[in-house]
Design a protein around this ligand. Sequence first.
Ligand code: SF4
Length: 285
Amino acid sequence: MDKVVEIDPNSGFCFGVVNAIEKAESELATGALYCLGDIVHNSQEVSRLKKKGLQTINHADLQAMRGKKVLLRAHGEPPSTYEQARQNRIQIIDATCPVVLQLQKKIREKYRDTAPRQSQIVIFGKSGHAEVNGLVGQTNGTAIVIEHTADIEQLDFTKDIYLFAQTTMSVDDFEAIVAKIQARIRPPVSFNYSDTICRKVANRMQSIRQFASKHDLVLFVAGEKSSNGKVLLSECLKANPNTHLISNSSDIAPQWLQTPLSIGICGATSTPKWLMEEIAESLKG
Ligand code: SF4
């Protein structure tokens, strides 16, 4: 019997990533362009754009650079990056996702309004992740980053707490953290939280579980650095333990294909559609 291969229609780039790539391609058509960090957590897409001339740089390179054009990717950057660019006469092509820009603004305003009261701005996110660095930068580096419920022990429960979330975190984990903090707060100390998780990712959790559960084998395509890839992969594994993380078709072990009749291919918001299509083709061949 022939194998059935299906690509999840909801997987692939979110609009923030599509927007960043479109901006990069249109700038590349006019001349040299540098990108601060990988434009997307997917090495195949990075090398596709590299062939078109996009050069990835890091913050040390930016410091040494003068008068070039640099694209800021969807994750966003802290204010210090804009300042550095201004000093070095670098033209910024800002492809920060509008959802992230909105979150940066919220945190910046909360910091401005509450700093005199020494409140704590807390960000539920991955420490060191580019988006989180951009968020912490809105608070002059003072925000406390927590990754797990156990990390709330770092908080001072005698001071007000304002909690935000990196856009790609799990809603369930955020709610668990909110409940734990709420249980420890005593008046007059206040606790405010803002669920700033991007629904482009959160809404995929349920749909990807449904997709994974209807196939014999699931191939989840993502780069190892993709934070939302990790979240979505764990949802697939919950729904279907016969799920494997791959970055391209050469990662597919022949023994996985011995019995399955129905194969589902899905991925993160940083996984290009063309890559999933390429993998689907290789399975049919
Ligand atoms: S996941 Fe959401 S916040 Fe992040 S880049 Fe995509 S659309 Fe923007």
